[in-house]
Design a protein around this ligand. Structure first.
Ligand code: DGY
Length: 425
């Protein structure tokens, strides 16, 4: 079987999942466990819709940006309606908005996926119309990241919550998260009714996730106050890399559309990141690393986030070579690659959420970066071993890196969508 391409039955199954999870204008990641619209899920899912129904793909974009805050932030969750299966819901976040939302963002992959959508659209007129409408919003979103999350112009934006990284319980956040106080009240986790606890974050982690949610609400979402006092402030290499890539894609969109906005501030931001990124290089591990901005500590766990600068074109030639060698050995360590945490790590857990399992969309990003920098062979290895997850296990949220068993939510939208996008080329 050709593991570089989706088989007809796999394609039909992926399409059926997007249709099943379609709530009209937005797609839930999976029924029950995630019953709302998540930002980076939605951006990736739009790529899948592009292969089936372009109108529907653009609706995903429109719906998400309807929830954009006045300051430019695109929240990580938009709560369209009620649900009894998810915690913490809109009342806990307390955003007080007409379209209730969370108060943090997520890896800003939108400009990247929208650029792909524009460049692959069969209906050019529709695509140009939708990109024209969303461009000012995308610019405001990127300006928000650079302004609010890097007010001193260091070139490195920071994250206020492990959920913002999208890689919730990555070992990289352990130390920084344990410096956040726990909440001391009782709450009921609904995820554990749906997924085995060994595949989900711990109660100790949830106690601190919730403290942060209460903290934003308690200060009225005042961005200056949060920057000064948030007990979790991390330079997240995954977000930094994805933002950098997306800003380049945003500039390409502006050029393609002959957009009149002054894009110099975005170019300046790119320049600052390119100057500063070397500070996050970790020679002894042959990859980049996140840093705890509050303690100054290097968060040196080797996770897939640490090689995402390949996707952003942020590595110099010797760094890129070192990361290629690292990835080569990494793929040898698991049957289903690339695992979200390096298998040699003492914290590697092949089935626990972001502590080891395989995630298709991240592997697509890393393979794309390798392909673009001329390493088609390594990119193809990632693609084949990732495809094996779905050919053996179906469209799960993530996959046990050693056995390929499906984990987390089943019939998962971004898994189906990235398969349609990536494994169809
Ligand atoms: C969750 O609820 O598990 C999410 O990752 C938070 O966005």
């Amino acid at each position: 079987m050709n593991l570089q391409r989706l088989q007809p039955a796999e394609r039909d199954a992926a399409i059926a999942i997007l249709r099943k999870n379609d709530r009209g204008g937005h797609t839930v990641p999976t029924d029950g466990l995630y019953p709302f619209q998540w930002s980076w899920d939605s951006a990736i899912t739009a790529l899948g819709w592009m292969r089936i129904d372009e109108q529907r793909a653009w609706a995903e974009v429109d719906t998400m940006f309807r929830g954009q805050w006045e300051n430019g932030m695109v929240p990580h969750i938009l709560f369209h309606g009620e649900s009894g299966t998810y915690f913490p819901g809109p009342e806990v976040w307390g955003s007080g908005r007409a379209l209730p939302s969370s108060a943090i963002s997520q890896p800003p992959v939108w400009a990247t996926t929208i650029r792909i959508m524009l460049e692959t659209a069969a209906d050019r007129r529709l695509a140009m119309e939708r990109v024209t409408a969303v461009l000012p919003k995308l610019i405001a979103y990127h300006e928000w990241w650079y302004r609010e999350r890097d007010p001193n112009g260091t070139g490195l934006v920071c994250s206020y919550h492990p959920w913002e990284s999208g890689m919730d319980n990555s070992p990289a956040w352990d130390e920084a998260l344990m410096n956040v106080p726990p909440v001391d009240y009782h709450y009921e986790r609904r995820d554990l009714h749906l997924v085995e606890s060994e595949q989900r974050p711990t109660h100790e982690q949830y106690d601190r996730y919730l403290y942060l949610v209460d903290f934003y609400k308690g200060c009225g979402f005042d961005s200056d106050y949060i920057y000064e006092h948030c007990p979790y402030k991390v330079l997240d290499i995954g977000i930094i890399a994805i933002l950098h890539r997306a800003t380049k894609d945003l500039l390409a969109l502006c050029e393609a559309m002959s957009h009149s906005a002054d894009t110099q501030p975005l170019r300046d931001a790119l320049g600052r990141t390119e100057t500063a990124i070397g500070e996050l290089w970790l020679q002894e591990k042959a990859c980049f690393a996140s840093h705890d901005l509050l303690t100054g500590k290097v968060l040196d766990d080797v996770t897939t986030a640490t090689v995402l600068p390949l996707f952003a074109g942020l590595a110099n030639a010797s760094q890129a070579d070192a990361m290629r060698d690292l990835i080569d050995g990494w793929l040898n360590g698991t049957a289903y690659g690339l695992s979200s945490t390096h298998p040699d790590s003492a914290k590697f857990d092949p089935k626990c959420y972001w502590r080891g399992p395989v995630w298709l969309h991240i592997n697509w990003m890393i393979a794309t970066g390798l392909d673009e920098s001329g390493d088609a062979g390594l990119a193809a290895r990632i693609k084949s071993s990732t495809h094996r997850c779905i050919s053996d296990g179906g469209y799960w949220e993530y996959f046990d890196a050693l056995t390929g068993a499906g984990c987390g939510g089943d019939d998962f939208s971004w898994t189906a969508a990235i398969a349609l996008h990536w494994l169809t080329d």
